[in-house]
Design a protein around this ligand. Structure first.
Ligand SMILES: Nc1ncnc2c1ncn2[C@@H]1O[C@H](COP(=O)(O)OP(=O)(O)OP(=O)(O)O)[C@@H](O)[C@H]1O
Length: 353
């Protein structure tokens, strides 16, 4: 199973130019709003037409500008799942799932529908209409409908963004389980990096219509090659950086010098560290331990974000140098300790770009 994409498309003020291939590993397309994720999917689906390039799925040419090939959407053998699941409101659950099977697949239609209903755990609700289902149930029906035609590729475009947090995490689990039995190509578009990390193995990071980086998710998150890639994978803390020596860099915006594990080049521009990767320093004799002062905090039910100043100076309201994300438990242990606190920037965790 393989999808090969190399397409260009010009839009007013925007150029899409992407080139990637993917096999059985679920591929995540991650990018900011307007980076071209949906347009890429729409071109693969045949809803939009690239100006130039080729799209090949399992050896079948879906699109080739030079050869004048542009298969219509219905002949591409693709399943879609979009944010607004667009079930047919006047069809029941089983009719929605069965839509499309008739033409594309021989064999026992009823058996396929039954199997799909079981897969999405909606047994007993087959005769219901979409309006009689919850948002999560509707989305499961849409997933079943997409898979019922046994697509060669499944295109998922922000499928959970309309769901609340609880349903969303439930659907992510369900999708992961369902996809483990699916043997086609899967593309998953999102701007949510937690979701992409949970669901996908391989990543393509898009910025302004171009591919910023691609690779295994662990590698892309561990070592993003550019500032944009680091930001899109969730790194919050950056400083302009100046070369001091092969293993030492000045973080100009933070007013500190950092020892690095990897050898740095004289062309270094920025140094960064993820908010959750900063450690409370237990041993001040270690490398990269610095004093910090608390400016303000922001909390979620389980986590606390402390906005820190790296210098003992008054920063204006809402200003800070570093965002530090810690558990509530750690926060309760820390909050009454006298300042400055000592934090450590583990050299293994530094992002050098
Ligand atoms: N039909 C269109 N005509 C002109 N420009 C378009 C059209 N569709 C999308 N665009 C532009 O193409 C760019 C990429 O849009 P796209 O929908 O692919 O972004 P995205 O990464 O999916 O963003 P989001 O996360 O907000 O959905 C945007 O600048 C958008 O304004």
């Amino acid at each position: 199973m393989e999808l090969w994409v190399d397409i260009q498309k010009e839009l007013p003020g925007f150029t899409l130019d992407v080139n990637f291939e993917t096999g059985m590993d679920i591929l995540g397309l991650l990018g900011a709003s307007g980076s071209g994720k949906s347009m890429t999917l729409r071109c693969i689906a045949g809803i939009d037409t690239p100006d130039k390039g080729r799209i090949i799925l399992n050896g079948r040419t879906l699109f080739d500008s030079k050869k004048g090939i542009n298969l219509p959407c219905r002949k591409r053998k693709l399943g879609f799942l979009f944010q607004n699941y667009a079930l047919f409101p006047n069809m029941t659950v089983e009719e929605n799932i069965g839509f499309g099977i008739g033409k594309l697949k021989h064999g026992n239609r009823r058996a396929i529908i039954k199997e799909m209903v079981k897969m999405i755990k909606l047994e007993g609700l087959e005769k219901r209409y979409p309006s009689q289902l919850s948002g999560g149930q509707q989305q499961r029906v849409a997933l079943a409908r997409a898979l019922a035609i046994e697509p060669e590729a499944l295109l998922l475009d922000e499928p959970f963004s309309a769901l609340d947090d609880y349903l969303r995490s439930h659907m992510v689990k369900q999708l992961t389980e369902t996809l483990s039995n699916y043997s086609g190509v899967t593309l998953f578009v999102t701007h949510n990096m937690d979701e992409v990390y949970r669901i996908c193995n391989q990543l393509v990071v898009l910025s302004l219509g171009k591919i910023e980086v691609r690779g295994r998710k662990e590698e892309v998150f561990r070592k993003p090659p550019s500032l944009v890639a680091a930001q899109l994978t969730g790194c919050k803390n950056f400083s302009r950086a100046k070369y001091i020596s092969p293993f030492e860099v000045e973080a100009e915006d933070w007013g500190i010098n950092l020892k690095t594990r990897q050898e740095i080049s004289k062309q270094i521009n920025n140094v960064g560290i993820r908010a959750y990767a900063i450690e409370l320093a237990l041993d001040e004799a270690q490398d990269n331990v610095f004093s910090c002062w608390l400016n303000f905090t922001s909390e979620t039910p389980s986590r606390m974000t402390a906005y820190l100043s790296m210098q003992h100076e008054v920063l204006g309201r809402g200003n800070y140098h570093i965002e530090w994300e810690i558990t509530k438990q750690m926060w309760h242990e820390l909050k009454d300790k006298p300042q400055p606190w000592k934090i450590r920037f583990n050299a293994d965790e530094l992002i050098i770009v």
